[in-house]
Design a protein around this ligand. Structure first.
Ligand code: GL5
Length: 810
C-alpha cells in the first residue's frame, strides 16, 4: 500500500501538533487538558486532510449518492489515522510528548446518528466506497441530538438527551453557500401557455436546508469522499419582536423552533407511531435537499442533458426512509427542468436503486394519504399519477379477469386503504431491489414482496452485508491485528480476503498462544471498562459470552436470560453440575416506547443482581449489562468476545452484522440459521460454529399450523423450563425492582410469539456443548482462528464491489 503521507515523519508531526496547540489555545501541549489536546489534534488532521485533496475524482466519474436517514459513523480520529497510514507514528509521537493516543481518542464524541445495524452499515459502506476509489457520497441528516444516552437506574433503562454537539464537532464543515430551499405545504398551481402546461407549488412554509460535510478518507489516504448532513433552519428571520418585548419568549422564537425541530432528533426505528408529521418532514427535507444538489452538480458538469442522468449518477435509497427520491426527482425534472413526464419517470428509475433491510411489518412505512397530500401536494400528484399508470401497466402482465388481479393490486399498488405505502413506492421507482443476506432475499421473493417478484423477477438481487474490517478488526483489536500482521503482512487491510492466509497458522502452536494472549489483553481491557461503567467485576478466566445489539423481541435476548437462569438453577440444584465458568455480557438499547424490550433489559439487570450477589455461584457465572451501547464501546466488546450469541427466531433477522464483527474477532457463533448466520456457517463449516433451533421454514410451518402451545412447553418440563417461567412472577427476581408479569404474559398469554420456549432446550444443549469444548484450548483457538480466516468475505469492501458491479454499474 502506498499511503498519501500527510506528515513527513514523527518529528514533523510533533512539531506541527505543538504549533496547532499553541495556535488554537495559546497554551503549550503540556498544559492542555486531554479534551483540548484532542480538539487541537482533530483540527490539525482535518486541516491537513482538506489541504491535500480539494477534488479526488475526475468530473466524469460516475457518482453514487447513498441516501440514508442514519449514519452511525462512530469516533473518527483513530479511523482517519489508520486510513492515512500514520496511526503508529502519531501514537509514538504523542508518547514522546508524554501522553497517549488512547487517552486523546477517549475524549472524542461518538455521534449517535443512527439506531443500530442499518445506520452502521451505511457508515461502513462510505468507508468501503472510498477504499474502492469511487465517488461515493453519503446524504443524511445532521440531528441536533443523537439517539438517547442510555443509563441503567434500579435495573431500568433511563434515557437522557445526547447533546453530542455541545463542544463542537471538529470534523464537519458548514457550507452555507450550498444551502437549498425546501417547501412544505401550500398549493399546486397549474400554468398553461401555447398548449403546454406545467405546475408550481406556491405558499406554504419554506425551510433552508444547510449542509455540513464530513470527510470520508479511504484507506491509503488517496481518496477523500464526503458525508453530507443536512440541518433545517429558518429561511426568513420571523422573530416576533413584540412577543419578545412582552416577555413571551416561546412565542417570539416559535417560527425558528418549529423549523429547527425538523432536524432536532433521530427517530428510533422500532417505536411505533410517534411524531409522524415531523418524521415525514425529515424524510422529505434530506431527499429534496440532496436531489437539488445532485442536479445542480450534474448541470454544472454535463449541462441539461437530463436524459442521461442515470449514466452518471446513482441514487441509492437505504430502506424506505428516502422513498420520496423517486417522485421528488420527477418533480424537479418535470417542474423545474421542463422534462417530459414519461422521460422523467424513466430517468428516475434508471437512477434509483433500493435496499430493503427488514421483514418486520412495523418497519414497512406507510403514511396516511391526507397527511402526505397536505404536506407535499405536488409530490402527491406525481405519486397518484405514477400509481395510476402502474395500475394500467398491470394489464400487460395480468388480465382483469385473472383470479389474482385484485390480490396483486392490493399488495403492490402505492396507494391503498388511504395510505401511501413507501416500500411499494421504492420498488416501483427503482431498477434494482436487494435484500441483505441470502435468506432474507429469498424471504423477500417468497413472501414480503412476492407479487412484485413475480412481475419483475430481474429487478431482485441479493447483496449480503459486510462490515469495515479496518474499523472492527484493525482499530478495535490492536493486539490481535498486530499478531495477524506479523504473521501474514498488512495486505489484509487492503484486501480482507488475505485473512485466508491465516489458515496454515491453525496448526501453529505459538501463533495460537499469541492469539490467546491477545484475547486475554482484550478481555482485561473490557473488564476494566465494565467495572467502571456497571460496577460488575468480570473474571478474565471465564469465557466471555456476548450478546450485543438492539433490544427486540425477535432477537430473543429473553432466550439468553432463560439460559443464564437455567445454568444458575442447575448449579444450585446439582452439586455435580459444573459448567465452564462464564461471564454473560449484554449490551444494547431499547426504543424509548418499546415497553417489552425495556422489561427485558430490567430482567437482565435483575438476574445480574441476583447472580452477582450469590456467593454460591460467583466463581462459575457472572452477568454484566454494559450501558449505552454505541460504536465506541462496541469495539471494546467485540474484540474481547469468545462466544457470539446470534439467536434470533429464524426468518426474522434480515442479516445481522454483529455476527460478522464478532467472528472477525475470533468469537465462535452460537446461533440459529437466520440472516447472515447461514452464510457464516457455510463459510466456516459446522465444526467451527454452533447452530441450533428451528429453521426459518420450520418456524413458518409451525406458526401456520396453529398448533403451537406455550403451555405444552411449560408442562413438558416443569423442573427446568417451567421453573424459570415461574421465577418471572414468584418474587425470585424481584429484589431490585419487582416481578416481570408482562414478560410472563408475553410467553404464556400471547403464546410465545418468538418461540423462546420452543427453542430453549436445543439452545441450552448447544451452549453446554460449545462451552464444554472450551476445555481444549488449542482446539478452541484453532476454531476461533478459522473464524477470522474466513471473515474476509464479510468485509464491506466485498459488498460494495458487488453493488458497483450489479446495481450501480461502475
Ligand atoms: C436492519 C436489520 O434488522 C439487520 O438485520 C441488518 O443487518 C441491518 C443492515 O442491513 O438492517 N434493519 C433495520 O431497520 N435495522 C437493522 O439493523 O435497524
Amino acid at each position: 500500500m502506498t499511503y498519501n503521507k500527510i506528515f513527513e515523519n514523527k518529528q514533523d508531526f510533533v512539531e506541527q501538533y505543538r504549533e496547532a496547540c499553541l495556535a488554537r489555545y495559546g497554551t503549550p501541549f503540556e498544559e492542555l487538558p486531554a479534551q483540548e489536546r484532542y480538539y487541537a489534534l482533530a483540527e490539525l488532521i482535518a486541516t491537513k486532510g482538506r489541504a491535500i485533496f480539494p477534488e479526488s475524482h475526475p468530473k466524469d466519474a460516475k457518482k453514487v449518492y447513498y441516501f440514508s436517514l442514519e449514519f452511525l459513523i462512530g469516533p473518527l480520529l483513530d479511523n482517519y489515522l489508520i486510513n492515512f497510514g500514520i496511526r503508529d507514528m502519531v501514537a509514538d509521537g504523542i508518547k514522546s510528548m508524554g501522553s497517549s493516543l488512547e487517552e486523546i481518542c477517549r475524549q472524542e464524541v461518538d455521534p449517535g446518528l443512527g439506531n443500530g445495524g442499518l445506520g452502521r452499515l451505511a457508515a461502513c459502506f462510505l468507508d468501503s466506497m472510498a477504499h474502492e476509489g469511487i465517488a461515493g457520497y453519503g446524504n443524511g441528516m445532521r440531528y441536533r441530538y443523537g439517539l438517547f444516552r442510555q443509563y441503567i437506574e434500579g435495573g431500568r433503562q433511563v434515557e437522557r438527551t445526547d447533546n453530542w454537539l455541545a463542544n463542537g464537532f471538529p470534523w464537519e464543515t458548514r457550507k452555507d453557500g450550498s444551502s437549498v430551499l425546501v417547501r412544505f405545504g401550500g398549493q399546486v398551481v397549474r400554468h398553461e401557455e401555447d398548449g403546454r402546461f406545467w405546475f408550481t407549488q406556491e405558499g406554504g412554509d419554506i425551510v433552508r436546508a444547510v449542509p455540513y460535510d464530513v470527510p470520508i478518507v479511504g484507506f491509503g489516504g488517496n481518496v477523500v469522499n464526503k458525508l453530507r448532513l443536512w440541518s433545517a433552519e429558518p429561511y426568513t428571520e420571523d422573530f416576533d419582536l413584540d412577543a419578545f418585548n412582552a416577555g413571551d419568549y416561546a412565542r417570539a422564537n416559535k417560527f425558528r423552533s418549529d423549523v429547527e425541530a425538523i432536524s432536532t432528533i433521530l427517530y428510533p426505528n422500532d417505536a411505533g407511531e410517534h411524531g409522524r408529521m415531523l418524521r415525514l418532514k425529515q424524510e422529505y427535507l434530506f431527499v429534496s435537499a440532496g436531489l437539488q444538489t445532485i442536479l445542480r452538480t450534474y448541470e454544472r458538469d454535463f449541462g441539461p442533458d437530463w436524459e442521461h442522468l442515470g449514466d452518471h449518477v446513482c441514487v441509492h435509497t437505504n430502506d424506505t426512509h428516502p422513498a420520496m427520491c423517486g417522485p421528488e426527482l420527477m418533480r424537479l425534472l418535470v417542474d423545474e427542468k421542463g422534462v417530459d413526464f414519461d422521460l422523467a419517470y424513466k430517468v428516475a428509475k434508471e437512477t434509483i436503486s433500493f435496499t430493503n433491510h427488514t421483514v418486520m411489518p412495523e418497519a414497512l412505512e406507510k403514511w396516511p394519504i391526507n397527511t402526505f397530500r397536505a404536506l407535499l401536494p405536488r409530490l402527491y400528484m406525481i405519486v397518484e399519477e405514477v400509481d395510476r399508470r402502474y395500475r394500467d401497466s398491470l394489464a400487460n402482465h395480468l388480465s382483469p379477469n385473472d383470479g389474482n388481479w385484485t390480490d396483486v393490486l392490493s399488495k403492490t399498488a402505492i396507494l391503498w386503504d388511504g395510505q401511501v405505502r413507501m416500500a411499494n413506492l421504492s420498488i416501483i421507482f427503482s431498477h434494482s431491489v436487494n435484500g441483505v443476506s441470502a435468506l432474507h432475499t429469498q424471504i423477500l421473493k417468497d413472501s414480503v414482496f412476492h407479487e412484485f417478484y413475480e412481475l419483475v423477477p430481474q429487478r431482485f438481487n441479493n447483496k449480503t452485508n459486510g462490515v469495515s474490517h479496518r474499523r472492527f478488526l484493525c482499530e478495535a483489536n490492536p493486539p490481535y491485528a498486530k499478531l495477524i500482521t506479523n504473521a501474514i503482512g498488512d495486505g489484509w487491510l487492503n484486501d480482507a480476503m488475505e485473512l485466508e492466509k491465516l489458515v496454515p497458522f491453525e496448526q501453529d502452536a505459538s501463533f495460537l498462544e499469541g492469539m490467546e494472549a491477545a484475547k486475554r489483553a482484550d478481555k482485561e481491557r473490557l473488564a476494566a471498562y465494565v467495572k467502571e461503567t456497571s460496577g460488575v467485576d468480570l473474571d478474565c478466566n471465564m469465557v466471555f459470552d456476548v450478546q450485543v445489539k438492539r433490544f427486540h423481541a425477535y432477537k430473543r435476548q429473553l432466550l439468553n436470560v432463560f439460559k443464564v437462569l437455567d445454568v444458575y438453577n442447575r448449579i444450585l440444584a446439582d452439586p455435580n453440575y459444573s459448567p465452564r465458568p462464564t461471564a454473560f455480557i449484554f449490551s444494547g438499547k431499547a426504543a424509548q416506547s418499546y415497553t417489552f424490550a425495556k422489561e427485558v433489559i430490567r430482567l437482565i439487570n435483575s438476574v445480574a443482581d441476583v447472580i452477582n450477589n450469590d456467593e454460591r455461584v460467583n466463581d462459575k457465572i457472572r452477568v454484566a449489562f454494559v450501558p449505552n451501547f454505541a460504536v465506541s464501546n462496541a469495539q471494546l466488546i467485540y474484540s474481547a468476545a469468545e462466544i457470539s450469541e446470534q439467536i434470533s427466531v429464524a426468518g426474522a433477522e434480515a442479516s445481522g452484522t454483529s455476527n460478522m464483527k464478532l467472528m472477525m474477532n475470533a468469537a465462535i457463533t452460537l446461533g440459529t440459521l437466520d440472516g447472515s448466520n447461514v452464510e457464516i456457517s457455510e463459510l466456516v463449516g459446522p465444526e467451527n460454529i454452533k447452530i441450533f433451533g428451528l429453521h426459518a421454514d420450520e418456524v413458518e410451518a409451525l406458526r401456520a399450523s396453529g398448533r403451537y402451545y406455550a403451555w405444552d412447553q411449560y408442562n413438558a418440563d416443569r423442573d427446568r423450563l417451567g421453573r424459570i417461567v415461574d421465577m418471572l412472577t414468584d418474587g425470585a427476581l424481584a429484589r431490585l425492582s419487582g416481578n416481570f408479569d408482562s414478560i410472563h404474559d408475553y410467553l404464556m398469554v400471547d403464546n410465545d410469539p418468538d418461540l423462546v420456549l420452543r427453542d430453549f432446550h436445543a439452545y441450552v444443549q448447544a451452549w453446554d456443548e460449545l462451552t464444554g469444548a472450551y476445555a481444549d484450548r488449542a482446539a478452541w483457538n484453532k476454531a476461533a482462528l478459522h473464524n477470522t480466516a474466513k471473515a474476509g468475505y464479510f468485509s464491506s469492501d466485498r459488498t460494495i464491489r458487488e453493488y458497483m458491479a450489479d446495481i450501480w454499474h461502475i
